[in-house]
Design a protein around this ligand. Structure first.
Ligand SMILES: Cc1cc2nc3c(=O)[nH]c(=O)nc-3n(C[C@H](O)[C@H](O)[C@H](O)COP(=O)(O)O)c2cc1C
Ligand code: SF4
Length: 474
């Protein structure tokens, strides 16, 4: 519920009808289906039909809008602003159908004295931390089975370790949130990695958000919350306020897990050059940088669209931070946020990531936005291909819901198979590009394999401009 800013103030006149207050049926969640025709001719780049509708919606609601999915800020550069320049004469390509390209990926393998069981993955992609609560138990299980089939891993996200997910996942990273939901020593010991989350790309600087519609009995039980009440998690970890305390926390977690599993630190991309250096110096084995395009189950829309820096701008800064600290060989770098395909993933690897993590794309592979149950999309005021209503708990395809009837639409076995095939296809896309660039391992992709198609993308990433062969401004 929104904070009450009125201090109980009463108007000196009777309240008008709700319809008069609302002015139009401006959308409560997301954009209205159409805007009044008088605005159609509006050509202002500032007062667009969308920005007018937004003011109407806010003046009706008296609070900011909340929604799920990901940013629709069209000013963010995308992976499409970069292109690959495969080998020709200056470099030799590998035979795409005959020669091998290694995809094995190790996370947390740089400190054998501190991590005796690093995470060895068959592919350079894994499934992001998405909580049980945001996702249904069936979706969590399907992601776990799908990832396991291709030698990858998945993460619990906020809200504790679900038995269904532990059973489904050969490798499971356990997320430690500031609010310590369901923090359980037994679960820490059952995990194959521990992730300390200090922020998310979709909403850096704020904590998790789960609306009451999704706080079912099972979710409430796991998070020690009252049934059906909105849950807004804290963002600051009570155990550490700075780098020194983070180091102590990491050390504690190592002791609790017998110096076995890698410790991840996940952050939203804001100042990666400094934040990554601090996390590395504090002892993180794996650092996850989640760009502003990162998906979410629910967040204030203004944070989704207007906070953080885009993924392609964050990776190089993060890689340079590790190099500057002399820790590039010790710490693994994972990139996330807006990755849709193997092509996007390959670009992340070329920019300096060791591995990528996908959230939204994995949900789409599970069936998010698929053209079934059309009436239910319509009831939400949306349609397949445009749905961003994960926050409502009424997911038409059973992925982001706790409604038992909707959840039956998420078939675990079929969903797992789609996720496994999608991860396989993504990996094939990466190896195809890597071989064309002459690489026998996906981890040999480098900035020189890329060219920028816009001045901004070149300036943001340091990638050479196409045809000019030097970065913009250098
Ligand atoms: C439905 C959903 C739930 C999420 N839940 C969590 C969470 O519990 N903890 C967390 O750190 N991040 C959470 N995230 C963010 C993801 O871990 C990841 O950072 C993000 O999805 C990556 O961007 P992408 O969706 O573009 O791949 C969630 C994302 C989605 C889509
Ligand atoms: S289909 Fe479900 S998971 Fe996909 S955006 Fe809509 S509510 Fe979210």
């Amino acid at each position: 519920m929104a904070d009450d800013l009125t201090g109980g103030y009463q108007y000196p006149f009777p309240m008008p009808d709700e319809d008069d207050v609302a002015m139009s049926d401006g959308a409560v969640h997301g954009r209205p289906p159409g805007v009044p025709s008088s605005y159609e001719a509006g050509r202002s780049i500032r007062w667009t039909p969308d920005s007018i509708a937004e003011v109407h919606a806010l003046s009706r609601l008296g609070r900011y809008q909340i929604r799920g999915f990901t940013t629709d800020n069209t000013r963010f550069p995308t992976f499409d602003d970069l292109t690959f320049v495969p080998a020709s004469l200056t470099r030799l390509p590998l035979e795409g159908y005959r020669e091998n390209c290694d995809t094995r990926t190790v996370l947390g393998g740089g400190r054998p004295d501190l991590v005796s069981a690093p995470l060895e993955l068959g592919i350079p992609i894994y499934i992001a931390s998405m909580s049980f609560g945001a996702l249904s138990a069936s979706a969590k299980a399907a992601l776990g089975y799908g990832a396991s089939k291709v030698g990858s891993l998945t993460c619990t996200g906020e809200g504790g370790m679900l038995e269904d997910e532990r059973e489904a996942s050969n490798k499971l990273v356990y997320q430690m949130t500031p609010s310590r939901y369901m923090l359980d020593l037994e679960h820490l010991r059952q995990a194959d990695g521990i992730e300390i989350v200090v922020g998310q790309g979709a909403k850096p600087g704020t904590g998790g958000l789960l609306l009451g519609m999704k706080v079912s009995e099972r979710v409430a039980g796991m998070r020690s919350l009252p049934l059906g009440v909105d849950q807004r998690s804290t963002v600051r970890h009570p155990d550490f306020l700075g780098a020194d305390d983070l180091q102590v926390k990491i050390e504690e977690l190592r002791e609790a897990t017998d110096y076995k599993v890698p410790i991840f630190v996940k952050m939203g991309a804001t100042r990666p050059r400094f934040d990554v250096a601090i996390a590395a110096k504090a002892g993180a084995d794996v650092i996850v940088v989640d760009g502003a395009e990162g998906g979410t189950g629910a967040s204030p829309e203004l944070l989704i669209n207007h906070t953080g820096i885009p993924t392609i701008t964050a990776i190089k800064a993060a890689r340079e931070a590790l190099e500057d600290c002399g820790m590039a060989d010790e710490v693994s770098l994972v990139a996330a946020g807006g990755i849709r395909s193997g092509v996007d993933a390959a670009k992340c690897l070329a920019l300096g990531a060791d591995c990528v993590m996908i959230g939204t794309a994995a949900l789409v592979a599970l069936g998010c936005n698929s053209p079934r149950y059309l009436d239910d999309y319509e009831a939400l005021g949306t349609a397949p291909g445009q749905c961003h209503h994960c926050h409502t708990g009424r997911c038409p395809v059973g992925i982001t819901t706790q409604d038992p009837e909707l959840e039956t639409r998420m078939h675990v076995a079929a969903g797992a198979e789609r996720v496994a095939r999608y991860l396989t296809a993504m990996t094939m896309e990466i190896t195809l590009l890597a071989k064309a660039c002459g690489k026998s391992s996906v981890h040999n992709l480098e900035m020189e394999d890329l060219r920028a198609l816009s001045l901004e993308a070149s300036a943001f990433t340091g990638v050479k401009l196409a045809g000019i062969d030097r970065p913009f401004g250098w």
